[in-house]
Design a binder for this molecule. Sequence first.
Ligand code: PGA
Length: 259
Amino acid sequence: MNRKYRKTIIAGNFKMNMLPGELKAYAESMKALVNRPRWCETVICAPFVDLPAAIKYLNKEARISIGAQNLSEHEKGAYTGEVSGQMLRDMGGVKYVIIGHSERRQYFGETDLTVNEKVKAALACGLQPIICVGESARQREMDLTAPLINYQVRAALAGVDEKQIKSVVIAYEPIWAIGTGNTATAEQANEVNRYIRSIIRDIYGARTARATTILYGGSMNDANAFELLAQPDIDGGLIGGASLVPEKFAKIIFAANQE
Ligand code: PGA
């Protein structure tokens, strides 16, 4: 973390977990466990149908920011089953949206092109994208991590201007570390985060690169958070499994909230 230049964010990704009716109790636990963090912003990215309850309990009562996990790249129209950025905005209280999570790329056919369209759709209606990039185990073995990350970041940001980039958060999520218990080592994660920052520098300049929040995600938990967050280029986490358990999530927030 480097709080002098950029915001620290601890974002939970509920994925397809947590019923709307379970959020009141979750919010109460978080309120009891976390004393309004001063040094980091806490976010929960919830399923679409959970968002009203998330806004009511997590945001209004527990002061947690709210994000969605996806949005349509289209503005409106004949796209059965989809949810637009404007719809999310209109709920009043959705601030972030995860875009291009590896599960969306793997199971729902999202490509670097659709990721880019979704990033632009989110920015156009004032939502802050949390863009996920990351390599598979095989790609890492083949030494393709750097070129792949370079391509994913540049493709996601194509057409994003110097003003819009200020609203963008990037999350490095190695696919081999997601939900597997195999966290990247703190050094491995920091190396890629630093590389992502160098790409941002190349496109937008040093000042913007220094101000961009770059998260790590992939089996981050209450046991490894301190070490990961101590790295200079890891500005927070995107947390799946551990965000579902208030006691674990609160410990990660605590780790990010050290003075
Ligand atoms: P995990 O998920 O923390 O359960 O590994 C992270 C993510 O997919 O965002």
